[in-house]
Design a protein around this ligand. Structure first.
Ligand code: SF4
Length: 383
């Protein structure tokens, strides 16, 4: 199945058949299209002058038509556990971040759901080289319009959408940073932005990732994290047939509380979101991940745990509890250890597989959005 995509906005994001169509118009043979695609997607070369087996005039034309690296790395920080955070700048000087997380590290296990679950699921294909594998977390927007009350990325609102080429270029950069036997075992859309609020670009990136002649990654190794945009959630299910893994931010046990913590709930209330999740085609993927950030003294009571377990009853889910990582601009204290343990115990007693994910990598400010948003003031807006 191939998703119905919007037209490409740059050469970088063209799919193989789109290169062939373009080159037919330029009077170039079809095999040249395959050559260029391989340079970009297999070798990660985006400068036409470095594509040495192309004729000079074609290299010149590609440069004139705008084929060039869309991102520059402006900061590269490695945490003590091997987590590597890249701050990247686009041609208009806007900045986002992408993070490489070593598989099996505390950060990978606890912050991002790894492609092959640590909870005994057998719903994923085996990882052929687990010792040197990395998950990569990528951004999909500059800022975010969702305005979640505890989140650094939502502080300044949405600055602009990223193009598919800019989103995908993070993956190429990540691969280039991994040398030798190290490689990407999974991609998670959990960086800056709400991926489903930029669905046309994200859908194109998913196609680029899974294209066999290019990156060639199974979509079962890709996780899209969303705050719950229901129409786009349904579109994702329709376009990709449930192959993409899903993580959904819930963060509250009832709809009124969720509207306060996540303004998007005013447009897509919790009951409607849960109904949409019941329709999401999960069989090949096992379970949907429910993300629940525990805000000290706010949504972390035993009553919240009981209500949440009732909301999720019967859904094919596992729950990640994330004790909030306080950001200076948002005043939510971390929950106590006793609260976290009690919340987890209640969910587990109600039959929900529940894990506590602790934000690590604090020595490189690995909470989403912290580097790129230094100095921003909060601005809340919903779509
Ligand atoms: S938690 Fe996600 S959806 Fe909410 S503001 Fe942050 S980046 Fe946006």
């Amino acid at each position: 199945m191939t998703a119905a995509l919007s037209p490409p906005q740059s050469l970088l994001e063209r799919l193989p058949h789109e290169w062939e169509e373009l080159f037919a118009g330029w009077g170039q043979p079809r095999y040249r299209a395959r050559q260029v695609f391989a340079w970009i997607h297999q070798r990660g070369i985006l400068e036409p002058q470095a594509m040495t087996d192309l004729p000079g005039p074609l290299r010149l034309r590609l440069a004139q038509e705008g084929l060039a690296p869309p991102l520059t790395v402006v900061a590269d920080q490695v945490s003590s556990d091997g987590t590597r955070k890249l701050l990247v700048e686009m041609v208009d000087s806007q900045r986002v971040e992408t993070v490489l997380i070593p598989r099996g590290s505390v950060a990978e296990r606890d912050v991002y759901a790894p492609p092959q679950d640590d909870d005994g699921d057998s719903d994923d294909e085996p990882d052929p080289a687990a010792t040197e594998a990395y998950s990569q977390c990528i951004s999909s927007q500059v800022g975010c319009a969702m305005g979640c009350a505890f989140c650094a990325s939502g502080i300044a609102g949405l600055k602009r959408q990223m193009t598919a080429g800019e989103i995908y270029a993070q993956v190429l950069l990540g691969r280039a940073r991994l040398e030798g036997q190290r490689r990407q075992s999974g991609i998670v859309f959990m960086g800056m932005g709400e991926p489903l609020h930029n669905y046309p670009a994200v859908a194109r990136v998913l196609e680029l990732l899974r294209t066999a002649e290019g990156f060639g990654m199974s979509l079962r190794r890709v996780t899209v994290s969303t705050s719950g945009l229901i129409p786009e959630l349904r579109q994702l299910a329709e376009d990709f047939g449930g192959r993409v893994r899903l993580a959904v931010s819930v963060h509250a046990s009832d709809s009124a509380s969720r509207s306060r913590i996540m303004p998007i709930n005013r447009r897509y209330p919790l009951p409607d979101l849960l109904a949409a999740l019941r329709e999401y085609p999960v069989p090949g993927l096992g379970r949907i991940t429910i993300e629940y950030t525990l805000l000290g003294g706010d949504n972390d009571s035993d009553g919240d745990a009981l209500r949440l377990s009732e909301q999720l009853a019967g859904l094919p889910v596992k729950v990640n509890l994330i004790p909030v990582n306080p950001v200076p601009e948002a005043a939510f204290p971390a929950p106590s250890e006793a609260r976290v343990a009690s919340f987890q115990r209640i969910l587990r007693a109600r039959g929900l597989d529940t894990f506590v994910r602790r934000r690590k990598g604090d020595d490189i400010a690995a909470a989403c959005g912290q580097l790129a948003l230094h100095g921003e003031k909060r601005k809340v807006r919903v779509l």
